[in-house]
Ligand binder design. Structure first.
Ligand SMILES: CC(C)(COP(=O)(O)OP(=O)(O)OC[C@H]1O[C@@H](n2cnc3c(N)ncnc32)[C@H](O)[C@@H]1OP(=O)(O)O)[C@@H](O)C(=O)NCCC(=O)NCCS
Length: 184
């Protein structure tokens, strides 16, 4: 039987918020989530549903499959944060659907673009294998390689381009990779 989905605002019920927190705490895999437990993830969810932030989930019936947030950053460019698909539902196209939906929400707000940071705090890209300074930063960005399933590649497939990085953002050789997309 074909599965059917709908987008819902995470803030509309406590159950959706709890499911969103559970996904945030587990979607990154064992011990890898920036929110190590449901309680800390719940704090993030509460911040994400606060207006003017946008917070949208993809549901199959009552079950939340994944969700995405958007928040003010610049006047015409907001930040996508966070994005997480339930671990057992990854690589089935749901992340792409969520990104498309948040882009629709952004366009409805007359925004010009979306930016986001994708941390590499587990040495999953070539950017974490070398010290970055003024002499090599642009070459390293141009020649980035994905060593272990870092999501920058997912975002590129969604049309985002790498626009920079913050070297050592999360500690030595743990950069944050910045991506951006112009909205049509
Ligand atoms: C990153 C994430 C949101 C992607 O969602 P998803 O539903 O798994 O992605 P999709 O199925 O829509 O993938 C679309 C394409 O991107 C690719 N892709 C997805 N995740 C990828 C990854 N981590 N590394 C490389 N490619 C990836 C898919 O293979 C697919 O490629 P194809 O079109 O050539 O087949 C999801 O894996 C996730 O929640 N990860 C944990 C949390 C996280 O890392 N969030 C992002 C923080 S910046």
């Amino acid at each position: 039987m074909e599965r059917s989905y709908e987008f819902r605002e995470i803030g509309e019920s406590n159950d959706l918020k709890l499911q969103a927190a559970r996904i945030l705490a587990t979607a990154y895999g064992d011990g890898a989530s920036p929110w190590p437990n449901v309680r800390s993830a719940m704090g993030e969810v509460e911040a994400c549903v606060d207006l003017p932030n946008v917070c949208v989930g993809l549901c199959e019936g009552e079950r939340l499959l994944g969700w995405v947030g958007l928040r003010p950053m610049y006047e015409k460019t907001w930040e996508l944060h966070p994005l997480a698909v339930a671990l057992e539902e990854q690589r089935k196209g749901f992340g792409t659907l969520l990104v498309r939906e948040i882009e629709r929400e952004a366009a409805a707000r007359n925004l010009a673009g979306i930016a986001l940071g994708a941390d590499d705090d587990r040495f999953r890209t070539s950017l974490s294998r070398t010290d970055i300074d003024e002499s090599n930063i642009f070459d390293e960005l141009k020649n980035i390689r994905n060593l272990e399933g870092h999501p920058y590649e997912f975002y590129r497939k969604c049309g985002y381009m790498i626009v920079g990085m913050i070297p050592n953002a999360n500690g030595k050789r743990k950069p944050d990779i910045w991506l951006w997309k112009a909205l049509a």
